[in-house]
Design a protein around this ligand. Structure first.
Ligand SMILES: NC(=O)c1ccc[n+]([C@@H]2O[C@H](COP(=O)([O-])OP(=O)(O)OC[C@H]3O[C@@H](n4cnc5c(N)ncnc54)[C@H](O)[C@@H]3O)[C@@H](O)[C@H]2O)c1
Ligand SMILES: [Fe+2]
Length: 360
């Protein structure tokens, strides 16, 4: 039996930020990173919510730690907000979700993503780091009540963030499409998200603002798909490497995704082939279509100037060899392995790492 639900209200379009005032916040706690307080965006968002009392927590860093979320939770308990708004990328949204959750209070949660990547605005996930290990927390209480997809926050996105986030969207959609808990509803969302992102990322990378709302919407659709269908080996390994080496999450997905397709190809050939054809990459025989999908992603990665190996991303091969056992252990323990189409084994992770290590 398959089931599907999505309880988050999604408001999308230029100027969608005005929807925040409908929450009727009395005491608003805004969670963001310093970039958005410095450029005045945090104040603009607080103003849109029209709350009489506002407190801003702007210490979020990329790949937020458990300790930072705990500090924020103390502040939440002291301020006693009725609404928390997350403003930023996956890091700010995950931090805000964890703070609301750990405060143990009934707090309404809204998310305003400023990157098109994590999909965190609609997911039951929050990823926090502790002792160089990334832990994906999974609980329906982490899902925001409102997601505001407003492309007026994307104007300053540099090409590198378009590329990193873009490969996060593609990997969410692709992994959800072949995941063990995929359903007809998640398949439709994942397929549309993949095709939209794949077709429009080059234009967004080149700075064309008019396609950015489409990719923003695709990011949310991919989030709706994977929060129900699950993810897979690409994310398990990206979490493990991201915790150990602090490389942007989407960039790690870009490096890993083609090898993960190779690894899962025997079990998921039919679905990979359908996705390849839907994205216009063709291939009448499934094996050819899977090959085209892999190569299409490699071409897009090159076009968006993303690294092909961990060495190109700044991780030296000797660091990989030194940390190999810990990286493999953390990846195997990651909950994303559970929904990979093939049972994940130690040797598969080591083979992928060998393929993507590169030369120092
Ligand atoms: N909860 C989930 O469902 C989920 C899913 C995937 C990834 N994640 C997590 O999300 C995090 C990655 O999130 P991310 O890729 O969105 O990046 P991020 O939130 O870590 O932000 C990266 C950088 O981009 C900057 N930035 C954000 N928006 C900007 C804008 N509009 N213009 C200019 N700069 C901007 C930030 O200031 C920051 O320095 C990782 O920790 C990853 O593990 C969570
Ligand atoms: Fe991701």
């Amino acid at each position: 039996m398959k089931e599907f639900y999505c309880s988050t209200k999604i408001v999308s379009g230029t100027g969608a930020i005005a929807a925040l005032k409908d929450l009727g916040a009395r005491r608003l706690f805004l969670v963001t990173d310093p970039f958005f307080t410095r450029n005045g965006t945090a104040d603009r968002v607080a103003k849109a919510a029209e709350a009489p009392e506002v407190e801003i927590f702007d210490r979020v860093e990329p790949d937020p730690s458990v300790a930072l979320a705990a500090e924020g939770t103390v502040q939440v308990k002291a301020f006693q907000p009725d609404v928390i708004v997350a403003l930023g990328g996956g890091s700010a949204m995950d931090c805000a979700k964890a703070m609301a959750y750990f405060s143990g209070r009934e707090i309404r949660l809204a998310a305003v993503p400023t990157t098109s990547g994590s999909g965190s605005e609609v997911t039951d996930f929050a990823v926090l780091t502790h002792n160089r290990v990334k832990y994906p927390l999974v609980d329906p209480r982490l899902r925001p009540e409102l997601a505001v997809l407003d492309d007026s926050f994307l104007g300053q996105l540099p090409p590198s963030l378009v590329a990193d986030g873009g490969f996060d969207v593609l990997s969410h959609a692709l992994e959800a499409y072949v995941a063990k808990n995929a359903s007809p509803a998640t398949d439709a969302l994942a397929r549309d998200a993949f095709c939209t992102a794949f077709a429009n990322l080059p234009a967004s990378f080149a700075g064309r603002q008019e396609v950015r709302l489409q990719i923003h919407n695709a990011s949310t659709l991919a989030g709706m798909a994977f929060t129900q269908a699950g993810l897979g080996l690409c994310h398990a390994l990206a979490h493990s490497l991201g915790g150990a080496f602090h490389v942007p999450h989407g960039r790690l997905n870009a490096i890993l995704l083609p090898s993960v397709i190779g690894c899962n190809a025997m079990a998921a050939a039919g679905k990979y082939a359908r996705l390849s054809r839907a994205a216009g990459l063709g291939g009448s025989a499934d094996t050819v279509a899977v090959h085209n999908l892999k190569n299409g992603l490699i071409r897009l990665r090159r076009e968006m100037k993303l690294p092909a190996t961990l060495a190109e991303a700044g991780i030296q091969p000797r660091q990989i060899w030194r940390e190999m056992d810990n990286v493999v252990k953390a990846a195997l323990a990651d909950p994303c392995c559970e929904t990979n189409p093939v049972k994940v084994e130690d040797f598969m992770i080591r083979k992928i790492l060998e393929e993507v290590t590169g030369r120092g």
